[in-house]
Design a protein around this ligand. Structure first.
Ligand code: GDP
Ligand code: IMO
Ligand code: MG
Length: 421
């Protein structure tokens, strides 16, 4: 069987958690392959709302195996908080969740380094989530990291060496790190994690595939935050793209089946960095208010703007997207007009290709369409779509050369419409 991948095509927060939950019943397992607690994936059903950070969004269905793959970075303290919260609400997590031995651990000092790096950048800061993501991946790539499997072998020595190295780095940056209390909580959390199944997840996943089982990979962040292809340096520190599922789980490229690319009917971004279609006017504010565009983890205001088809075409190309999923169309239900950026004007020249830099001098070229002015939140099938909305979908499919197979019309699991392919 194949592995399907669901990932964000914009700057994150597209609604990945909701759709992974909706699609989970079709799979035997759900796996996270990159990122860490910088993610905040929201799910709503039966009047309840959950925000998941490190734990995959496939835990609320029918006992599917949920896997935290080797490409993920894990903060034991935040993991413990999240897991205990879920156990309290009746999820038997220890039975369904498996963690890779190769997951890299986020240490308390990684978080301090994240904050110190941001401080040192001053006005040019990335606006990170402050969860220690960058420093942990840096240690991984520079071969200084600690992996979950290490907690069973000479752990104290490995931890102390890494911590002392971080302290020296912090002191050289003029910081006086204090983290004794957090360190104790972190060490206790390591003991807590030992109660979970810590496995060779690459073997587990490949043996499931040999048995004919199916796996859904859950991306975190979005393609425009990818460390190679995103708006560098204003990106996260992992490969958020489809290829990240191969390296982050040990899945060979020829095992990838469907690639679900998920996007909002408009666009948002949280943190610093360029955003060509950002709106600074009342319309942007209106989208933020109607879409409740505030970070699921940090509570930060999300920047809002019109959909950017230049960026989406690029994301579709990089990921080999086979099906598109459009989220939050209901947020635009009451707009008189909807705009979509179909090209960029750079130094007077028009282009449809995403350029090396989107930092400066980009003028979006917009197409304006009539709004549908209809509350769609209770709709059950696409036959109910007003003509203007059906036309908007047709327009997007033509521009993006990819079918939109699912449309989301509200945050609840039930507010999801599958289209006839
Ligand atoms: P993720 O990080 O990609 O999983 O997305 P987030 O959970 O950070 O942000 C998506 C937000 O939009 C959450 O608050 C969801 O509950 C909400 N949401 C998801 N789909 C829809 C939708 O179709 N309509 C509306 N109005 N809200 C949605
Ligand atoms: P989900 O999975 C939106 C952004 C941060 C910052 C940049 C780097 O919920 O879509 P980091 O802490 O990763 O070093 O921050 O990336 N960012 C996200 N933005 N959604 C996310 O995750 C994000 N994870 C990181 O705001 O600009
Ligand atoms: Mg999110």
């Amino acid at each position: 069987m194949k592995v399907d991948v669901l990932l964000g095509l914009q700057w994150g927060d597209e609604g990945k958690g909701k759709v992974v939950d909706v699609l989970t019943p079709r799979y035997d397992a759900v796996a996270r392959f990159q990122g860490g607690p910088n993610a905040g994936h929201t799910l709503e059903f039966e009047g309840k709302k959950y925000v998941l950070r490190s734990i995959p969004s496939g835990i609320f269905q029918h006992g599917q195996v949920n896997i935290i793959g080797n490409g993920v970075v894990l903060d034991p303290v935040l993991f413990q908080e999240e897991a205990q919260g879920l156990e309290k609400s009746g999820i038997n997590l220890k039975e369904i969740l498996k963690l890779s031995k190769k997951v890299h651990l986020i240490m308390p000092t990684h978080r301090l380094l994240d904050a110190a790096n941001e401080k040192a950048k001053g006005g040019a800061k990335i606006g990170t989530t402050g969860k220690g993501i960058g420093p942990t991946y840096t240690d991984k790539v520079s071969r200084n990291g600690i992996r979950l499997g290490d907690v069973f072998h000479n752990f104290n020595e490995k931890y102390t060496n890494a911590r002392n190295r971080h302290v020296a780095m912090l002191e050289s940056m003029g910081e006086t790190p204090e983290f004794a209390e957090l360190e104790q909580r972190w060490l206790n959390a390591i003991e807590y994690i030992k109660g979970y199944e810590i496995v060779d997840s690459e073997h587990l996943i490949n043996s499931m595939l040999r048995e004919g089982k199916s796996i859904l990979c859950e991306g975190a962040q979005g393609t425009l935050l990818d460390v190679d292809f995103g708006s560098y340096p204003f990106v996260t520190s992992s490969n958020t793209i489809c290829a990240g599922a191969c390296s982050g789980l040990g899945v060979a490229p020829n095992k990838i089946g469907e690639v679900f690319g998920i996007f909002k009917a408009y666009c948002t971004r949280v943190g610093s960095g360029p955003f060509p279609t950002e709106l600074f006017d009342e319309t942007g504010k209106r989208i933020r208010d109607l879409g409740h565009e505030y970070g699921a983890v940090t509570g930060r205001e999300r920047r809002c703007g019109w959909i950017d088809l230049v960026a989406l075409r690029y994301s579709i190309m990089i990921n080999g997207v086979t099906q598109l999923i459009m989220m939050k169309s209901d947020v635009l239900d009451d707009f008189d007009e909807i705009k979509a950026c179909v090209g960029y004007k750079i130094n007077g020249e028009e282009t449809r290709d995403f350029p090396f830099s989107i930092e400066e001098g980009i003028e979006p070229i917009y197409v304006t369409m009539p709004g549908w002015k209809t509350d769609m939140t209770q709709f059950k099938s696409e036959s109910q779509f007003p003509k203007e909305f059906a036309d908007y979908i047709k327009f997007l499919e033509a521009e993006l050369e990819t079918p939109i197979t699912i449309v989301s019309i509200g945050p609840d699991r039930e507010q999801t419409i599958e289209r006839n392919k």
